[in-house]
Design a binder for this molecule. Sequence first.
Ligand SMILES: Nc1ncnc2c1ncn2[C@@H]1O[C@H](COP(=O)(O)OP(=O)(O)OP(=O)(O)O)[C@@H](O)[C@H]1O
Length: 257
Amino acid sequence: MTGLRADGLCFAYGARKVLNNVSFNALQPGKLTALIGPNAAGKSTLFRVMAGLLKPQSGKTYLDETDLDTLSSRKRLKRICFMPQFFAANAALTVFDVVMMAHKQLEGWRVSEEDMIAVARALEAAGIAHLSEAYISDLSGGQSQMVSAAQALIRRSDVYLFDEPTSALDLRHQISVLDQIKTAVATRGAVGIVALHDLNLAARFADHLLLIGNGCVLAQGAPDEVLRSSAISKTYGVEIEISTGPREDLLVHAYAS
Ligand SMILES: Nc1ncnc2c1ncn2[C@@H]1O[C@H](COP(=O)(O)OP(=O)(O)OP(=O)(O)O)[C@@H](O)[C@H]1O
């Protein structure tokens, strides 16, 4: 695979222009990109456009050399796995049921012994086996988010798009979910993009950063490069300083400017 790239994506909700000519170079298979940018920058909209849920007014997304708009919605759904920011959770279904539904989504509904084992393993790997029989309506916000991540990761796709998968999680679970995502992307040779507000998590887990502001790509590249660019402070409207932590990791310090 040569990766996922966007070329000139423009999208507006009615008269409200949200994506203004978004282009980025091929994001590599096996690597995790953090999509960063302030509130309302257009991150979720960009995900929905790439997942095929919104049709851009112009521009294209390519996976390898395939224009994603030429795929049937079923094929696109199979190749691109999108975990949205919000999760509807008022059905009378258990955690096991909804992860099974994600697993079988594109394969028909006959459930085999192997499917049962696959779901049990996915819940184990996500650290939520103890919630297997819980109703999704009874979960906390953080637990729902872990279930959502398990639903995405049980699927085998070429591209994984995670919209703020850690926004409701405590520190331990933020690290655990991002570790699972990074490992899945690397071992499956998939393209991974994760929208994050926490720049320290982005610096720690991402191989690549894509900064957007006002619907435009303002910087992209290695975390060190992007985090030290002047575009970061300008885009977020705060002063940002970068230092190196005790484990040689980048630490991001933000101050009101
Ligand atoms: N369905 C919609 N109809 C109209 N406007 C929308 C709709 N969804 C989003 N918008 C607008 O598009 C802009 C970008 O929203 P989007 O959710 O893509 O941003 P974001 O970068 O994901 O934000 P956040 O970090 O706050 O989640 C915002 O101004 C928002 O109000």
